[in-house]
Design a protein around this ligand. Structure first.
Ligand code: PGA
Length: 251
């Protein structure tokens, strides 16, 4: 059994209420049975659930994260907003930032950069999402787009100690389509080289993959070098589907 697949991160999106804790409890029961010390199972849940779930899961191996936060570090007149300090105090240890669904809702690279800096300041680990559209891929702009997202999103970020990069091609999210082996291998390797160059030395930043991950295609995805885990949307809303993904990584 290999423990290469370190991160299994659930992105619940706009899903879940207090009763959804049973989904996480079923995953918790499963991971208690597999004796891996290294794996991190993280549920990024809506802000409404971060506090409650963090308290209820305090003694478990499950880690709770949030899915977004405001870019300002201080309290302020921003009705309906929640900043990184607030999600941290509610119990989140991780936060997803730069997700394409939030980019589509208006998050610019500059806003994402400020969110990342604020999250790091508050000692959260950032799951930084980058990815291209299908049109950009077809026009062979993937590397250029990813490079810009990395440069702008990580501007003035000194190191990658608090960053996990999640490569999420937009055309894969929720579509059931995953990149071909070669495409994904090349893109992950491009991201690794880009980070090595930008941060001037080799480092062990983790790169994960997200986009339509399920129990079936995860067998193909684990064949890709240098992927340390998965960001899982739809399939994380079912305990069984999520458990099957973890199981299939180790069979
Ligand atoms: P998906 O979502 O697994 O439903 O494609 C992934 C994501 O958006 O993080």
């Amino acid at each position: 059994m290999t423990y290469k697949y370190e991160y299994f991160i659930a992105n619940w999106k706009m899903f879940g209420d207090f009763s959804s804790l049973k989904i996480i409890n079923s995953v918790n029961n499963y991971i208690n049975k597999i004796k891996s010390r290294k794996n991190k199972v993280i549920f990024c849940v809506p802000s409404t659930l971060v506090g409650h779930f963090s308290n209820r899961l305090k003694k478990s191996k499950i880690i709770i994260g949030a899915q977004n936060c405001h870019y300002l570090n201080e309290y302020g007149p921003h009705t309906g907003s929640i900043n990184s300090k607030m999600i941290k105090s509610a119990g989140a240890k991780y936060v997803i930032l730069g997700h394409s669904e939030n980019r589509a809702d208006g998050d610019t690279d500059n806003i994402i950069n400020n969110k990342i800096k604020s999250a790091i300041k508050n000692n959260l680990v950032v799951i930084f999402c980058i990815g291209e559209t299908l049109k950009q891929r077809k026009q062979k702009l993937t590397n250029k787009i990813l490079s810009l997202q990395i440069d702008k999103g990580l501007k003035l970020v000194k190191n990658l100690k608090k960053i996990i990069i999640s490569y999420e091609p937009i055309w894969s999210i929720g579509t059931g389509i995953i990149p071909a082996h070669k495409e994904l291998t090349e893109t992950i390797s491009f991201i690794r080289n880009k980070l090595n160059k930008k941060f001037k030395k080799k480092h062990s930043v983790k790169i994960i993959y997200g986009g339509s991950v399920n129990a079936k295609n995860v067998r193909k995805l684990i064949a890709i070098q240098d992927i340390s885990g998965f960001l899982i949307g739809g399939a994380s809303q079912s305990g069984k589907k999520f458990i099957d993904i973890i199981k299939n990584c180790y069979m």
